[in-house]
Structures are given as structure tokens and as C-alpha cells.
Design a binder for this molecule. Sequence first.
Ligand code: T46
Length: 146
Amino acid sequence: MQILNNAIKYDAGFKVYNYKIKGDDRGALISIENSIDIPFEIKRVYYIFGTSSGIVRGKHAHKELKQVLICTNGSCSVLVDDGKKKHHFLLDKPDIGLYVNGLVWREMYDFSPDCVLMVLASDIYCEDDYIRNYSDFFKLAKGGVL
Ligand code: T46
């Protein structure tokens, strides 16, 4: 498992952001500004919570959608697979953002009971953008067509 630290790691379909924690003796604050702290314009925000341990979510790729995943509370792990290599990330701090570009297979697992996974997305919800079959994803990731 690749545990995130302060280093930014890059790969074809994903990137890790380490957001600056601002704050003072009253507590902490993180601000994420469109096109500055995130490489797209945010059109949708959703958050995932109350996921039981043992559940695996995601299990799909996207055709176009870009997203940044931030665990604002608790922790979960994320598998990202660009068709060449699989990487596992632990999201356990609210200052870590995992950018996932469209054509990357993703699975979220090992949710802590208090996990709140916030997702900032480049577009509104569209079922047609989902690739839910792994062999379809693999074919596209290798440059093929469906
Ligand atoms: C992704 C990972 C990280 C909506 O109505 N609107 C929405 O914006 C979303 C994201 C979902 N839904 C509905 C569709 C399903 O009936 O909420 C239900 C659960 O969605 P889904 O099974 O797609 O959730 P996850 O956790 O498997 O995947 C989600 C995102 O769908 C996906 O884009 O990359 O989180």
C-alpha cells in the first residue's frame, strides 16, 4: 500500500494534492479554489458516508469525468488502476486530495465507520459517462474502441 505523505506523486491518470492547512488557535481551515487548487472547474460536490466496513464502492471508470477525492473525516483506501498498474492510496487526512482523471478504474474500500469522503467533480451526474465493465475499461485504456 502506498501511504500518502507530503510529497506530490504524479501518474498518467492521477495526482495527489497536499492542501495547505490554514488556521490559528481556533482550529484549522482548508480552502480549495476553482482552477487553482484543483485542475478543473467544479460543477458538482457529493460526499459518501455511513459505508460499512467490508463494502467496496466504485468499481468503475469514467469516460470524461475528472474528480478530486478528499476524506474530510475518518479514512478509506482507494485503488486506482490505469490499465497498466494498480496503486493503492490511504486517504486519512483532510488535507490530501486524490485527483482521478476519467479513464481510471477506481475502487474505494476499508471505510472507517466515521469516514466522510467528499468528491469534487468536473461535471454533473451522468450515467452514460460510467464504464462499469472491467474488460471494456481495459480495452479502452489500451487504446482500443468498444
Ligand atoms: C466515483 C466514486 C468515487 C447520484 O444521484 N448523483 C451523484 O452525483 C452520484 C455520484 C450518485 N448518484 C446516485 C447513483 C446511485 O443510485 O447515488 C447512488 C450511488 O452512486 P454510486 O453507486 O455511483 O456510488 P459509488 O460510491 O460507487 O461511486 C461514486 C461516484 O458515482 C463515482 O463517480 O468515481 O464515487
